[in-house]
Design a protein around this ligand. Structure first.
Ligand code: UDP
Ligand code: MG
Length: 329
């Protein structure tokens, strides 16, 4: 699959970079790496597996290091501490150079064997930039996991207008340029399809397999549902206003400024025709509204500047890497 010649400084990008966030998955890692190999090696695609250890408290980092020593396509990254799944994914994306990028969970609930078919679809269907897995037959607890997810999926579809059955499925494939166009922060990994859609991606959904977790424990409980809903409301607010604070503040500011200036103009007219305007309430209101209006518009402008600084990826300490661990597993 590789056509360019290798140079030591800039290796040829692989056809696909597979990114997996890892937090306390020591029992799953050997099987995970083996299954990714079994799925991808027969396809003849060049690939790299970027497992990002998200500050695991178990021996995941050591297990990864030892697996990498005997697996040329495994490229582990180690985060300084537990930053959460979103930052771990972003750390993986920052290292991913592939033409395509695939993501999945590290607990083998997603099946690496599904990846090749999704990649083939990207190869053959130029009308699609991103494919989101759909766990039609999801193997999780009904009341604590599937029901809240169903509600969240409906809500997200309604609020954002990006309609998918299963936002939460970690198994997804993208054209690399989509991933390089978006930046995850906070808890945004759940909303990647929405960010991707904003970045211009055409998204489709394909049913994938799903297995129950057999080793290790889920890192999330029911409280996540509430956080998802909060994030969702925040997301709605952000989509409307965060990227244009001038609209939020400036809009209110204008609504105050206009009647304020009108009141002042009226009073000026009255005064010009020789009447005493004294300390009328209207004067006070006119001055106050105008000043508040100017203030808020100013805040809007400041917000515009701030939002650009905030999203500037450089200098934002989203995660820190550490060296491979030393010592025995
Ligand atoms: N994960 C992570 N950092 C965290 C929590 C989870 O990197 O702080 C990883 C975890 O190892 C797994 C994926 O994110 O690969 C999804 O986590 P989990 O399987 O616990 O979530 P669930 O499937 O229960 O939603
Ligand atoms: Mg899981």
């Amino acid at each position: 699959m590789t056509t360019m010649t290798d140079t030591p400084t800039r290796p040829t990008p692989p056809n696909v970079s597979i990114v997996i966030p890892i937090y306390n998955e020591q029992e799953n890692l050997p099987d995970l790496v083996a299954k990714v190999g079994e799925a991808l090696l027969p396809t003849g695609r060049s690939f790299e597996l970027i497992c990002v250890d998200d500050g695991s408290r178990d021996r995941s980092a050591w297990v990864l290091r030892d697996l990498a020593a005997k697996t040329p396509w495994l490229k582990p990254r180690y985060l300084m501490r537990n930053y959460g799944q979103t930052a771990a994914l972003q750390a993986g994306f920052d290292a991913a150079t592939g033409k395509y990028v695939a993501t999945l969970d590290g607990d083998l609930q997603n099946d690496p064997a599904d990846i090749p078919a999704l990649l083939d679809r990207l190869d053959n269907d130029a009308s699609v930039d991103m494919i989101s897995g759909w766990r039609k037959d999801r193997q999780d607890k009904a009341v604590s996991r599937k029901l809240p997810s169903m509600i969240a999926n409906r809500l997200i579809s309604k609020v954002t207008g990006v309609t998918l059955h299963d936002y939460g499925c970690a198994l997804k494939v993208y054209r690399g340029e989509i991933i390089r166009r978006i930046r995850l922060y906070g808890e945004l990994h759940r909303f990647i399809p929405i960010l991707a859609a904003e970045a211009g991606a055409r998204i489709t959904e394909v049913p994938v397999r799903h297995h129950a977790r057999t080793r290790g424990v889920s890192k999330y409980g029911i409280d996540r549902t509430f956080r998802v809903i909060l994030d969702l409301l925040l997301m709605r607010f952000m989509m409307r206003y965060l990227h244009r604070p001038l609209h939020a503040f400036g809009g209110v500011g204008l609504w105050l400024l206009v009647p304020g200036l009108a009141a002042l103009a009226w009073l000026l007219g009255v005064k010009l025709f020789g009447h005493d305007i004294g300390g009328r309430p209207l004067l006070l209101a006119g001055v106050m509204l105008s000043l508040m209006g100017v203030n808020l518009i100013g805040l809007g402008v400041l917000g515009e500047v701030l939002i650009r600084v905030y999203h500037e990826p450089e200098g934002r300490d989203q995660y820190r890497l550490r060296e491979a661990p030393e010592g025995d597993v």
